[in-house]
Design a protein around this ligand. Structure first.
Ligand SMILES: Nc1ncnc2c1ncn2[C@@H]1O[C@H](COP(=O)(O)OP(=O)(O)OP(=O)(O)O)[C@@H](O)[C@H]1O
Ligand SMILES: [Mg+2]
Length: 486
């Protein structure tokens, strides 16, 4: 569409007047304003300009040879309704002023125009435009957020990933999604589709590792009746099922060499030839692919076709492993507890965390609810420390399974270390105070925990806390600022 090509930056206004000295006067008048001024000496010139540039306002002289101001106004209203027009009329031209307003001009000013009132009117238009653009920007931003409900995570690396999804989604480029197993590559692929112009068309995932070579061929490309023994009818195939939509090739590194060739041909020629068919069918696909291998290295070593790799990898998105965004673990734990414990738990109402000799559940947990009107199970600090310390080789999927298991074995009011699988529980740190656990085995983690413990026991009084820690107050201040403990 034409308007996509037009620049959308600042406020732009076109002045249309057949008298060059009037145009010069306008240029002088608006020189110090944050507007871009375009000049046209006739209606035809103005219309040509509006086709090329995105313009927000127009100052139109009523009397011009050739196309007069009112005719131009009518054209502008029909072809570029977003342009706010101010008419400049001759002295006493009440009738044409009324006509101009009837035709949609936002205002008219009598010539000779008083510079202050003209500046004031244009200033108002600029302000309205700024507010509208800001509104549009906020709407677009909230739409970006809207597409991510199922992708939990706000660590910097994850936020960057969401930003990239919102950016590459609408572009039609192929995207290669890299990441370890269980990091959420499939969710990322779906989010890209949701953010794309194809969002209302089909999204077709294909597990490239799950099928044997021969089945894969007919699954992907379809087959015609009689193509092989057992091919009783025509089969459309996943590629044609995804026509005009998105095809997600999961575990693309598993594709056999022969399949890679066929896939490459389809992508290059935008055509699918079903197994056994003598002609091809055009397809319009956006291809997303995921891999937990290093496909570039595989390509370099000849295990994956390099030409196909470059076709798939127009944009790469890397989904970070969970251990590199540990700050998201509490949110994910909360998310999965809510997801799996939608059934009301009889003990969830009255099983006090204090009975277990542990401190209060995390403040955020207390506020959370599972939608049943009862509070969802909380997570005690020692269990949370285990969850935070574990390395999660299976990433989010493994965490999801740990919580699913805890809920299945009967989670009561609080998730404790006893609800965790042994390999996680084995890593349970000893508390160094009431509910204070070092985040890992490092000296810094113990120091942080010791400071938090001392501050908690001193009600936040730093002098007392320093005495408890047997360090100087200045040292405590330095450490608080070093570890960002405010
Ligand atoms: N950021 C996240 N927020 C919420 N749930 C997530 C997130 N990331 C992953 N999950 C959940 O974890 C599970 C694994 O995600 P997914 O299948 O997308 O991973 P994957 O990277 O495709 O794994 P694999 O490489 O094994 O195919 C899914 O149940 C998914 O819903
Ligand atoms: Mg997957």
């Amino acid at each position: 569409m034409q308007s996509d090509l037009k620049m959308q930056d600042g406020f732009r206004m076109v002045c249309v007047d057949d008298e060059p000295q009037h145009l010069s006067a306008m240029r002088r008048l608006f020189r110090s304003k944050p507007y871009e001024l375009l000049m046209a000496t006739s209606g035809a010139e103005a219309l040509a300009l509006l086709e090329r540039r995105s313009v927000h306002a127009a100052l139109i002289d009523l009397k011009m040879p050739g196309m007069d101001g009112l005719t131009l106004l009518r054209e502008v209203r029909d072809r570029h309704p977003q342009v706010k027009a101010i008419m400049l009329t001759g002295h006493g031209g009440v009738e044409s002023a009324v006509e101009a307003i009837r035709l949609g001009a936002v205002d008219y000013l009598e010539k000779p125009v008083e510079p202050e009132s003209l500046c004031a009117r244009v200033g108002q238009l600029h302000k309205i435009w700024s507010l509208e653009s800001e509104n549009q920007r906020l709407r677009a931003e909230s739409q970006i957020d809207n597409g991510f409900e199922d992708l939990v995570g706000s660590a910097p690396a994850f936020q960057e990933l969401k930003r990239m999804i919102a950016r590459v989604g609408p572009a039609d480029a192929s995207v290669l999604i890299e990441g370890e197993t269980g990091t959420g590559k499939e969710l990322v692929a779906r989010a890209i589709h949701r953010h794309s112009k194809r969002s209302t068309a089909a999204y077709v995932p294909v597990d490239c590792g799950a099928l044997t070579e021969s089945v894969m061929g007919s699954e992907l490309f379809g087959h015609v009746k009689g193509a092989f023994t057992g091919a009783a009818g025509n089969h459309l195939g996943l590629m044609r099922a995804a026509d005009n939509g998105t095809l997600f090739l999961d575990e693309v590194g598993e594709l056999s060499a022969a399949m890679q060739v066929k896939l490459l041909r389809t992508i290059q020629e935008r055509e699918v030839r079903p197994v056994g068919a003598d002609r091809s069918h055009p397809v319009n696909l956006r291809i997303l692919a995921a891999t937990n291998r290093n496909l570039e290295e595989e390509a370099a070593q000849g295990r994956f076709r390099e030409d196909l790799f470059y076709r798939l990898n127009v944009v790469t998105l890397h989904v970070p492993p969970l251990r590199e965004r540990r700050e998201d673990i509490p949110h994910l734990v909360r998310h999965f507890i809510d997801k799996f414990s939608t059934e009301p738990h009889p003990t969830a109402l009255n099983g006090p965390a204090g009975d277990l000799g542990l401190s209060e559940p995390l403040a955020a947990d207390k506020a959370s609810s599972n939608g049943t009107g009862q509070s969802a199970p909380a997570v005690d600090p020692q269990a949370m420390a285990c969850l935070m310390n574990y390395d999660w080789p299976g990433n989010v999927r493994e965490l999801e399974n740990v919580i699913r298991r805890a809920v299945a074995i009967g989670l009561t009011a609080t998730l404790t270390v006893a609800d965790l699988p042994p390999k996680l529980a084995a890593g349970a740190p000893e508390p160094i105070g009431d509910g204070v656990y070092p985040a890992d085995d490092s000296l810094a983690a113990y120091e942080i925990a010791a400071i938090q413990n001392a501050l908690a026991k001193s009600d936040g009084n730093r002098r007392q806390a320093a005495r408890r820690l047997e360090i100087g107050e200045a040292t405590l201040y330095r450490k608080i600022s070093k570890y960002n403990l405010n």
